[in-house]
Design a protein around this ligand. Structure first.
Ligand SMILES: NC(=O)C1=CN([C@@H]2O[C@H](COP(=O)(O)OP(=O)(O)OC[C@H]3O[C@@H](n4cnc5c(N)ncnc54)[C@H](OP(=O)(O)O)[C@@H]3O)[C@@H](O)[C@H]2O)C=CC1
Ligand SMILES: Nc1nc(=O)c2c([nH]1)NC[C@@H]1CN(c3ccc(C(=O)N[C@@H](CCC(=O)O)C(=O)O)cc3)C=[N+]21
Ligand SMILES: [Mg+2]
Length: 293
């Protein structure tokens, strides 16, 4: 492996393939039920990066034959006002999926909002009941980013069973659910999982033992070549905007000379997140359509 550059795991290509398959499933669902899956995305404030993601989410819905609506509330929206909108979306039978873009302004408690979303419309998989179901190994809505990482491993044929997977980061939206997925029984799981975070002692030594590294730290180029076992698979979740552009949490150039396979940024995990969100929206429509019959 020493002089051979890593294989590039092309998340953009995989996501496009999945989105084409999804469009067929959406068409079949619409024909069977007459129901058009509908995702509502809520953005509070005017952060330009968030606005870009929110737009790509609604655009993705339309491309897959689903409906996407977008609500933008002012940055000074109160928690009560946002709860009111969530309640309205919960009660709207036309809306199947609800995504409230994070982070929220400081006057709003994220947990209060996420707990208020109908768990059957929680396409992000952040509601306590969906987190619990995943932890118990009977997933309903799985958080989109970790699910996308697992799909990339499966699509690339990277063995996870018995592998040592090291997840760097323990957030509720990426690190923890990623570890849950990798440790689960079955395809894309059965790994021996270690979670690292800011209190981990000698993180570099731990990461060096990994067959699979998932980097979700939020620090540009944090994972360096000296931390990588030759031939290891490196999944870079990080999205960092620096002066030179968009970079991941992995020092891509040097690491790609040591790793066996690696995801680029952009074009790796990010597009998979969107594809999984669309898949979760169809799942939401299916669950709610069954529930009403
Ligand atoms: N591609 C995509 O679709 C998505 C990308 N992202 C990106 O992924 C990255 C991670 O996001 P998210 O999980 O929300 O981030 P958080 O900030 O919520 O979590 C970061 C984690 O990294 C750990 N960490 C921070 N610094 C260090 C350090 N020096 N050493 C070891 N561990 C450290 C933190 O530890 P501790 O808990 O101890 O503080 C924390 O657990 C970000 O770049 C984000 O932009 C996020 C979501 C989707
Ligand atoms: N409730 C909620 N759910 C989320 O899923 C959520 C969120 N809040 N807040 C912000 C993070 C971040 N996130 C990304 C999605 C797609 C790309 C993506 O498509 N990235 C492209 C590049 C896009 C660009 O150029 O900026 C890529 O990596 O190729 C990135 C990041 C979802 N998030
Ligand atoms: Mg966070």
């Amino acid at each position: 492996m020493k002089d051979v550059a890593a294989r590039i795991i092309d998340g953009k290509a995989v996501s496009q393939k999945l989105r084409t398959e999804l469009a067929d499933e959406v068409a079949a669902f619409k024909q069977q039920t007459g129901v058009i899956p509908h995702l509502a995305v809520v953005l509070v404030g005017d952060d330009p990066a968030s606005a870009v993601y929110v737009r790509s989410k609604s655009k993705g819905c339309e491309q897959a034959g689903m409906a996407g609506s977008q609500m933008t509330l002012p940055a000074d929206t109160s928690q009560a006002q946002l709860l009111e909108l969530v309640a309205r979306l919960n009660a709207d039978p036309q809306v199947h999926g609800i995504l409230v873009q994070l982070p929220l302004p400081r006057q709003i408690d994220e947990t209060v909002i996420l707990d208020a979303i109908d768990p059957l419309k929680d396409v992000d998989g952040f509601h306590a009941s969906n987190v619990g179901l995943l932890a118990q190994g009977r997933p309903r809505f799985v958080p989109c980013t970790p699910l996308g990482c697992q799909k990339l491993l499966l699509d690339a044929g990277i063995p996870t069973s018995g592998a040592h997977a090291v997840v760097i980061g323990r957030s509720e939206i990426v690190g923890k659910p990623m570890a849950s997925l990798l440790v689960q029984k079955g395809a894309g799981g059965d790994a021996t999982v270690t979670i690292c975070h800011s209190r981990t002692k000698d993180l570099a030594a731990v990461v060096r033992t990994a067959d699979i590294v998932v980097a979700a730290i939020g620090r540009p180029k944090f994972v360096t070549a000296d931390m990588i076992k030759p031939g290891a698979t490196v999944i870079d979740v990080g999205i960092n905007r620096i002066e030179t552009g968009l970079v991941g949490d992995v020092d891509y150039g040097p690491v790609s000379e040591i790793a066996g396979a690696i995801t680029p940024v952009p074009g790796g995990v990010g597009p998979m997140t969107i594809a999984m969100l669309l898949a979760n929206t169809l799942l939401a429509a299916k669950l709610q359509t069954q529930a009403r019959r």
